[in-house]
Write a protein that binds this ligand. Structure first.
Ligand code: GRF
Length: 201
């Protein structure tokens, strides 16, 4: 049985598209059942619709608190019997309660080699530091931002003439590879999470 996956986005949705494309394969162990955006301007919504995926826009301004907002998300996801949530450029911090309810079931992609450069502007900060290597990380979401058990990482050399844009482009290519691969490993049960560590099953 394929795992039922929802993707949370806020913008461009290129990682979301990589997941949707991977899931088109009959052998892929996950099916994308819903894309939720917290921004009505997210271009990813049109992309999802192009692939025939159901979409929903949930705006924070229609809720009195982050807790209410996340409770609403949680209800939508439970009703759809979602097994795994992928956050793909979802620019809103999940409440502790939500993360607790979906413990070990949320996968995030981050454009740095975690634990280095948590948070925003990862490429700018790596360049400013004169780092020689950067990359991306997929990880299970825990209550603390950009933390949680690491699933996969892929790295790339930072070259002399790299700027924020060229670096973002290089890293994004890697993101599009490791996110679908990570979801495959988790959805198939090849990797499991035990005692806060990702293990081969
Ligand atoms: C990606 O670089 C992702 O790692 C970060 O935000 C960006 C989202 O891009 N969290 P996209 O919306 O997937 O194109």
């Amino acid at each position: 049985m394929k795992k039922r996956v929802a993707i949370l986005i806020s913008g461009r949705g290129s990682n979301m598209e990589a997941l949707i494309k991977a899931a088109q394969n009959d052998d892929y162990p996950a099916k994308i059942v819903l894309v939720i955006s917290n921004k009505d301007s997210a271009t990813g919504l049109e992309i999802a619709e192009k692939y025939g995926i159901n979409t929903k826009i949930v705006l924070r301004k229609n809720f009195t608190s982050d807790l209410d907002f996340d409770d609403h998300l949680s209800n939508i996801l439970s009703q759809l019997q979602v097994d795994i949530i992928c956050t793909a450029g979802y620019m809103k911090i999940l409440t502790k309660k939500f993360v607790g309810e979906w413990m070990n079931k949320i996968i995030n992609i981050h454009p740095s080699l975690l634990p280095s450069y948590k948070g925003l502007n990862t490429h700018r900060r790596a360049l400013q530091d004169g780092a020689s290597i950067t990359g991306c990380t997929t990880h299970i979401v825990s209550a603390e931002l950009d933390s949680g058990p690491i699933i996969m990482q892929e790295s790339v050399l930072i070259e002399k003439d790299d700027d924020e844009d060229t670096l973002a482009e290089k890293v994004l290519k890697l993101e599009h590879r490791i996110f679908p691969e990570s979801l495959q490993k988790i959805a198939s049960g090849k990797l499991i999470i035990k005692d806060n560590i990702v293990l081969e099953n």
